[in-house]
Design a protein around this ligand. Structure first.
Ligand SMILES: [Zn+2]
Length: 632
């Protein structure tokens, strides 16, 4: 997902006239006792969370930081611009502060003599309607997600495992909540959570809302549930097949990994058209935000079906096992993304496979998604200059990249291309072992182990190669090196072929694409004339070298008319269909205040990707998505 950053830019406020020359946090200034954190979310509908921290402290210089590098977001996405009203006090007196001139997330201050604690208060300005990840829109009139990293500070340089926070939360009257965070006690006023490490706190957001329902998914331990909050009561009426699919998902993950590394697991499902839409993984929960009618509208359900399987897979691949570069130990040390093709790529593959195994996607829907992914990657012309590895290294800037120019720039392709590569690895293991082993065996070996509470075991590229080697001896180092580090002209389609299918193009719009277009209000004719556009004609991207590109059409323009008739999705599709009989197509575009006509030399009609069975090879793909678990 690409974050559209629409943060409110806050005013600077007056600088304090009397600041101390404060250096880095001295060990002596930090006493290591639990930090008290009180969050008041009663004004969440007004997009404001109030935070009060009580930090045990000793006199002397102290540097506090606001979390910058957010786990799972793989970048410096902490919403520092939305911190407002910051004040410090000790022994009843204000304590002046000064922001570090280089590190925008760090605040220097001097704890006065005689003080044994420091109070910090500030507001988090929760943004209105905006996309992005957790720093995007998170509160509506009816619900909110509290991400603890947005409402706390901690001593710079401290390991997040070494700090203990005793957090409490006040919610609007009548709101219910769900979280993986253990509750200490609940009063009419507030929820007091059991003291936990800063790592666990940031890993355990709270979903709360006026319209709230909990769906239990298991009867045996450990407990699994979907906590859902929506902007309406009606949006919570999940049809029985959806709930059955969630239950099957839990069962299928048990079969796939063979062990669970959590005490309980909660999907925190937000159903709203006014929050950002994404999923963020946690060890014992996931923050899953989809459109309001995603449980009850068929198109929206289909488009969102893979989200919960993806995020749950991360409990193993991403949380339990994590690349060393993505486990810096706190939230102010930078992350390195070079293994995101494992962290996100394998999760994309397994998430889709698990969605199919659990029935959340039909076999047709699974194959349609895979065909769209394969065709999409095959049309990413940026692959000729940017190897997949660079999309992982540059992930922290690519998540924020615009959609225009995406086919030439490449975006966070390690998700979709990772899916193709891990399918290829799966097919290879099956081939090399004559069907005796599969990627499932790698999953049990690498992510299984012994069930128990959360722990994190870091890994390197060598560890991945060694584990694959154990499952099926092969030149895995060479396999990944060539696919990850080298530029190529076409997508890696070895997995589709090895799975017994072929990528073909037909003139029928796949149901999955119809649903995506209906939900996202887009039209995707990239595979015929080379354009991805919004329903209203705004051109999101043009494939370099495509008929539209050769005719001078570019992203950012607006498609106004097709063959002299006002543009609509139907008019455009019909005109493309007609090229088979009538030849070239004429597009009228608007570029700022200027209009231009473009003659597209194209006679190929409509073209959409689809997978077709290759009868000369075994149908491994159907075997891969076959359910494993017995009915729940
Ligand atoms: Zn992910």
């Amino acid at each position: 997902m690409v974050v559209v950053s629409l943060f409110a830019v806050t005013g600077g406020g007056p600088r304090p006239g009397n600041v101390f020359a404060a250096g880095q946090a001295r060990a002596a200034a930090w006493s290591g006792k639990p930090i008290t954190l009180e969050v008041d979310a009663r004004e969440a509908p007004r997009k404001r969370l109030q935070a009060r921290l009580l930090l045990p402290a000793a006199p002397g210089p102290l540097t506090l930081v606001y979390p910058q590098w957010i786990p799972g977001e793989h970048g410096p996405t902490g919403p520092i611009a939305d911190l407002a009203g910051l004040r410090f006090a000790a022994a009843g007196k204000p304590v002046p502060w000064r922001r570090d001139p280089v590190d925008m997330f760090a605040f220097h201050l001097e704890v006065p003599a005689g003080a044994d604690a420091l109070e910090a208060t500030f507001d988090y300005l929760s943004p209105p309607d905006s996309e992005g990840f957790t720093s995007g829109a998170s509160a509506t009139a009816q619900l909110t997600v509290v991400s603890w990293n947005q409402v706390l500070l901690y001593p710079k340089g401290a390991a997040s495992d070494a700090l203990t926070y005793a957090a409490s939360l006040r919610l609007p009257a009548g709101w219910k909540y769900g979280t993986a965070l253990p509750v200490g006690r609940e009063t009419a006023e507030r929820v007091e959570f059991a003291p936990v490490s800063l790592t666990t706190l940031v890993d355990s957001p709270v979903l709360a809302g006026a319209h709230f329902h909990t769906f239990p998914l298991t009867t045996a331990a450990p407990p699994h549930q979907v906590h859902a909050a929506a902007d309406s009561e009606a949006a919570l009426e999940a049809p029985p097949p959806v709930v059955a699919g969630w239950k099957s998902l839990v069962a299928e993950t048990g079969v796939l990994f063979g062990a669970r590394h959590y005490r309980s697991y909660s999907f925190l499902l937000t159903l709203s058209d006014h929050t950002a839409h994404f999923g963020l993984e946690h060890h014992e929960s996931s923050d899953d935000r989809v459109r309001e009618r995603s449980l009850v509208d068929e198109d929206a359900r289909r488009v969102a079906a893979g989200l919960l399987p993806h995020e749950m897979t991360h409990s193993w691949n991403g949380k339990y096992r994590r690349p060393t570069g993505l486990a810096p130990g706190n939230f102010d040390a930078p992350m390195r993304g070079e293994l995101l093709w494992v962290y996100e790529g394998l999760t994309t593959y397994l998430g889709q496979v698990l969605a199919a195994r659990s029935g959340l996607l039909t076999a047709d829907e699974y194959r349609e998604s895979l065909a769209l992914t394969a065709a999409g990657m095959d049309h990413q012309r940026g692959r000729t200059w940017r190897p997949l590895l660079d999309t992982t290294v540059a992930a922290q800037i690519l998540y924020g990249a615009r959609g225009d120019g995406g086919a030439w720039r490449r975006g966070v392709d390690f998700y979709p291309e990772g899916e193709l590569l891990w399918l290829e690895a799966d097919a290879l293991i099956r081939r090399e072992t004559a069907g005796a082993k599969s990627l499932d065996d790698f999953c049990r070996l690498f992510y299984g182990g012994t069930s128990g509470p959360p722990q994190m075991v870091p890994y390197t590229f060598d560890d991945v190669v060694a584990a694959l080697q154990k499952v099926a001896p092969y030149d895995w180092r060479g396999f990944w090196r060539s696919r990850v580090e080298e530029t190529t002209t076409g997508a890696p389609l070895g997995g589709v072929a090895g799975g017994g299918w072929k990528l073909v193009y037909t003139d029928t719009v796949p149901q999955m694409l119809r649903s995506q277009e209906a939900v996202q209000k887009t039209v995707d004719v990239r595979f015929s004339i080379g354009i991805a556009l919004a329903e209203n004609g705004r051109i999101n991207d043009v494939i370099p070298g495509s008929p539209a590109d050769r005719a001078g059409v570019a992203p950012g323009m607006k498609l106004v008319a097709v063959n002299g008739r006002r543009m609509s999705p139907e008019v455009l599709r019909q005109a493309i269909r007609d090229t088979k009989a009538r030849g070239p197509l004429e597009l009228l575009t608007e570029n700022g205040e200027f209009f231009a006509t473009h003659r597209l030399e194209y006679e190929g009609g409509e073209r959409y990707p689809r997978l077709e069975r290759d009868p000369t090879r075994a149908d491994l793909l159907s075997e891969i998505i076959r359910p494993r678990a017995s009915a729940p």
